[in-house]
Design a protein around this ligand. Structure first.
Ligand code: NAP
Ligand code: F7E
Length: 322
């Protein structure tokens, strides 16, 4: 039986990845940073909260990472923990750099010092492309991050590559484009919209305030994307891969679809709030997943429309349960 350590186990991807690895027969241990009282809600939603083991630690505390790795002896480490909300990275640039950037180095060092044979996955991001240097972004596209979050991710990305080249360690970076689900945090735009639709339907809300609705993203389903993380660590050689759908849509398109599932017109509820604009925006992202398709046999299975429907339905169901 293989053991996997997942950091960010309480986040969206941590929950879906844990479910996938448990299904594959792994022993799954989650790094638990203990920040909220209801930290395990996503794992409970997927009915796996009691199947995962937990170990207390924090990505900013190298000693906690070394202690955990020595104790649980993982075969694979999936580093998903981060301050992952781009908007907050302007409010907390130093914290974001410490967790999302330096945290990666802490984990790489913890592995190098304990057992450099451990395979390592780093959650890199399309935010590293930022002000895009090519209309379609692949593994070869130059980076130009536009937020403290994107800059921090780029540090982690290059460290992951550097440890592969310096120490011959099995380290992989997945450059994942936006991926969403019913387990997405409420601060991100897709879930903010689908949750608002459900609240409007039951009369708990009568407007939705958004920022730049002309921004475009390559949006996929998180359940599909965690498969790619696992596949990367099963290859004969470590490498970096873009994971995307190859399609892009605007926030406006997404609103239109989400409201229409509930028989509503988004224009009747939307209020543009200049306060929600970001100091520097990533206007458009569009990924080319050809390498992942060819080398990993991976492709996105869920369409954008299916994804938004799934999210609206889940939020409507939650609203009815209350
Ligand atoms: P998420 O839902 O925000 O989860 C982030 C996780 O990191 C949470 O479990 C959080 O724990 C944990 N965390 C934060 N600070 C920590 C610290 N100092 N020590 C240990 N754990 C800490 O993010 P996600 O959407 O699942 O994304 C997973 C990873 O992929 C992140 O690294 C993100 O930046 C990256 N990524 C995401 C996307 C996307 O579209 N979702 C795309 C590209 C890359 P608490 O619950 O206790 O706060
Ligand atoms: O914003 C615009 C906003 O916060 C998407 C993270 O998972 O994906 C995510 O980062 C777009 C932006 O995601 C609101 O300006 C308009 O253009 O949902 P988001 P993100 O910034 O793309 C990448 C790949 C990651 O790695 C990150 O961890 O939507 N937008 N109005 C808004 N966004 C938010 N959040 N809220 C609004 O009211």
């Amino acid at each position: 039986m293989k053991t996997a350590l997942i950091t960010g186990i309480t986040g969206q991807d941590g929950a879906y990845l844990a479910k996938l690895l448990l299904k594959k027969g792994y022993r799954v241990v989650g790094l638990l940073a203990h920040r909220s009282t209801n930290a395990l809600w996503r794992l409970s939603y997927l009915n796996i909260d009691t199947e995962v083991e937990y170990s207390d630690g924090d990505l900013t505390d190298l000693s906690s990472l070394i202690r955990i790795i020595e104790k649980i002896e993982p075969d694979e480490v999936y580093n998903l923990a981060a301050q992952s909300f781009v908007g907050a990275s302007w409010q907390q640039p130093i914290l974001t750099s410490q967790v999302t950037g330096m945290g990666v180095l802490h984990m790489l060092e913890a592995i190098r010092l304990t057992n450099p044979q451990i395979k390592f996955y780093q959650a890199s991001s399309s935010e590293m492309f930022g002000l895009v240097q090519q209309p379609v972004q692949s593994e070869e596209t130059p980076f130009y991050p536009r937020s403290p979050y994107g800059v921090a991710k780029l540090f982690g990305h290059w460290m992951t590559k550097n440890y592969r080249e310096s120490y011959n360690m099995f380290t992989c970076s997945g450059i994942l484009f936006n991926h969403e689900s019913p387990l997405r945090g409420l601060e991100f735009v897709t879930r903010k919209v689908t949750n608002a639709v459900a609240r409007i339907v039951v009369g708990k809300q009568n407007e939705l305030r958004l920022g730049n609705i002309d921004a475009k993203r390559d949006w996929g389903y998180a359940g599909d994307y965690v498969e790619a993380m696992w596949l990367m660590l099963q290859q004969p050689h470590p490498d970096d891969y873009v994971i995307a759908t190859g399609k892009t849509a605007s926030v406006r398109d997404m609103c239109k679809i989400a409201f229409s599932y509930a028989g509503l017109n988004y224009e009747d509820y939307l209020v543009i709030d200049p306060e929600l604009y970001r100091p520097a925006e990533v206007d458009i992202l569009l990924g080319n997943p050809a390498k992942a398709r060819k080398k990993l046999g991976w492709e996105a299975k869920t369409s954008f429309e299916e994804l938004i429907q799934l999210m609206v339905e889940a939020d409507l169901a939650r609203m009815k349960e209350k």
